[in-house]
Design a protein around this ligand. Structure first.
Ligand code: 5GP
Ligand code: ZN
Length: 119
């Protein structure tokens, strides 16, 4: 479905199913699964099936995909029971953010008070 998968990308392999994951949501453009090392009671990752390395690599042609991913993230957070309590949606981009996996992803964090970002 127009999805370019890189052979050496961890999250492309998760999309393809060659590396297992605990899926919570999938549609034609987006895949979401539990983070392997949760930093909160609920810690999910939302990724486009298309390989994009970082926010810096997003192009105007990705506009619809990115909007779709944000709306899917809202639905995923609601289905995880976070609508009323709230949650944090985080994208790390590049070195200073500590980005570890260079296939763009958004963390959904919730299930407890998360504290200020500058803590
Ligand atoms: P980043 O620091 O790049 O924003 O976040 C990468 C996230 O991917 C981390 O929270 C890390 O725990 C998670 N992660 C790394 N490898 C795997 C994996 O093989 N499976 C899953 N489910 N999560 C992973
Ligand atoms: Zn990838």
């Amino acid at each position: 479905k127009g999805c370019v998968h890189l052979p050496d990308c961890l999250f492309c392999k998760i999309v393809e199913g060659t590396i297992p994951s605990r899926k919570v949501y999938e549609d034609d453009l987006v895949y979401a699964f539990h983070d392997i090392q949760p930093q909160a009671p609920v810690h999910l990752l939302v990724i486009p099936k298309k390989h994009i390395a970082t926010m810096n690599d997003c192009q105007p042609e990705d506009q619809a995909l990115l909007g779709h991913l944000l709306l899917a993230s809202k639905k995923i957070a609601q289905e995880a029971g976070l609508e009323e309590s709230g949650y944090r949606l985080v994208n790390n981009c590049g070195r200073d953010s500590g980005q570890l996996v260079f296939h763009i992803h958004w963390h959904i964090l919730g299930g407890e008070p998360l504290g200020p970002l500058n803590a």
